[in-house]
Unconditional design. Structure first.
Length: 388
């Protein structure tokens, strides 16, 4: 989670199935289905949507993945069949956390004492504690995510502090993350975010004025504000800020941009802000149905490093991405002297910063890593040098 090439993708709500009830083939698959390649690093399971249900225990809603009967005297579903899948993902190096809240969550605390007790409950149900009502059986998750979108701020700082104290005594590495809305300060989590340490924040740059479609508007786009929070306000000076995005146009009301546009935003933000930790997507089902949007995002993230993610056998096909070779160009070239030997731009080739192409009678130079980004387009990643 300390790198700047991480990809976190929420799993559990089957957002694609909700908006496409007749396309059952592309509904959400078991979590292990999405762990078969190196694309996704972290899976927040969404979500624990009720803090205090029947019998005083919380409840989880996992869409189409678990509708089993609840443990006796509780509203907590018995999803122990998911335990082996979770453990298989962890064995593959994935971080699996439980996400608290969500857009329709019934969450919140009356006071700090209730928040402290709830930290113990979460520890017992999902982490290294003991309870007869553990929804995933013996599987021990890797941490907790707070996606708080309703209620008030009471108790969350105490909850995180108490949970961190339990984690520090545990036998493994744990993570605590939050998923605030992009307007700063966050309505529901600002006190906790400024007083206790988080490992990362998955800032939701959608469904708000500061969403991804306003990236070019300096009066709206505020990743820099979150970078400043990370460096001057957060108690954890090493906290990472993720760029949160919807994985398809149906995954959010506002804020979706295509993969090429997001790649440009990723490249620029990754280079500009040292707190940048990667990208968060909502959610796995929509990403896979949208031509493996997650894979395109991972490729953009890792383009500045030593490796580019490749598709694996997950039952879903993805377009092949070819990386431009600066010494061996394609044979289609312009004819004038200034453009001689420079290949024509191709939407099936990924170009690195400094690569030159010809397009529409002009010589262009890529400003950063770019793929399927038309030179001279609205979100162009190219500089026009001269006409051929």
């Amino acid at each position: 989670m300390s790198r700047n090439t991480n990809l976190a993708v929420y799993w559990g709500q089957d957002s694609y199935g909700v908006t496409n009830p007749n396309d059952t083939a592309n509904w959400q698959q078991p979590i292990s289905y999405y762990c078969n390649d190196d694309t996704i690093d972290t899976f927040p399971i969404a979500s624990l949507n009720k803090f205090f249900g029947t019998g005083g225990l919380p409840s989880i809603n996992l869409g189409n993945s678990c509708s089993n009967t609840a443990f006796n005297g509780t509203s907590m579903p018995n999803c122990t069949l998911l335990g082996p899948d979770i453990e298989a993902c962890q064995a593959a190096g994935k971080i699996i956390t439980i996400s608290l809240g969500g857009a329709d969550g019934s969450v919140g605390f009356l006071n700090d004492s209730q928040a402290e007790a709830f930290a113990q409950t979460v520890w017992d149900l999902f982490l290294e504690g003991n309870s007869p009502d553990r929804p995933f059986g013996s599987a021990v998750l890797d941490g907790v995510d707070l996606d708080i979108e309703s209620g008030n701020q009471t108790g969350y700082a105490t909850f995180v502090t108490s949970l961190r104290a339990l984690m520090d005594k545990g036998n493994k590495q744990y993570y605590i993350t939050a998923a605030p809305q992009c307007p700063y300060p966050d309505t529901y989590m600002s006190t906790a975010l400024s007083t206790v340490a988080f490992d990362a924040v998955y800032v939701q740059f959608y469904n708000n004025y500061c969403d991804l479609t306003n990236y070019s508007n300096p009066n709206a786009w505020d990743f820099g504000t979150w970078d400043n929070w990370a460096k001057t306000v957060s108690p954890n000076p090493d906290v990472k800020v993720y760029l949160g995005a919807p994985a398809s146009s149906s995954a959010a009301t506002y804020g979706y941009v295509n993969a090429s546009t997001l790649a440009t935003i990723i490249q620029q933000t990754q280079r500009q802000y040292s707190s940048f930790g990667g990208v968060m997507l909502w959610d796995a089902s929509t990403a896979y149905a949208n031509s493996r949007y997650d894979l395109a995002v991972k490729n953009a993230l890792t383009a500045g490093g030593t490796a580019v993610a490749t598709s694996m056998s997950t039952g879903t096909s993805a377009a092949t991405t070819t990386t431009a070779n600066t010494t061996a160009r394609a044979t289609t070239t312009a004819t004038s002297t200034v453009c001689f030997g420079v290949s024509a731009w191709s939407r099936t080739i990924a170009y690195w910063g400094g690569d030159q192409v010809t397009y529409n009678g002009q010589l262009w130079s890529a400003k950063w890593w770019t793929y399927d980004d038309v030179p001279g387009g609205e979100f162009t990643g190219y500089i026009s040098w001269t006409r051929c």
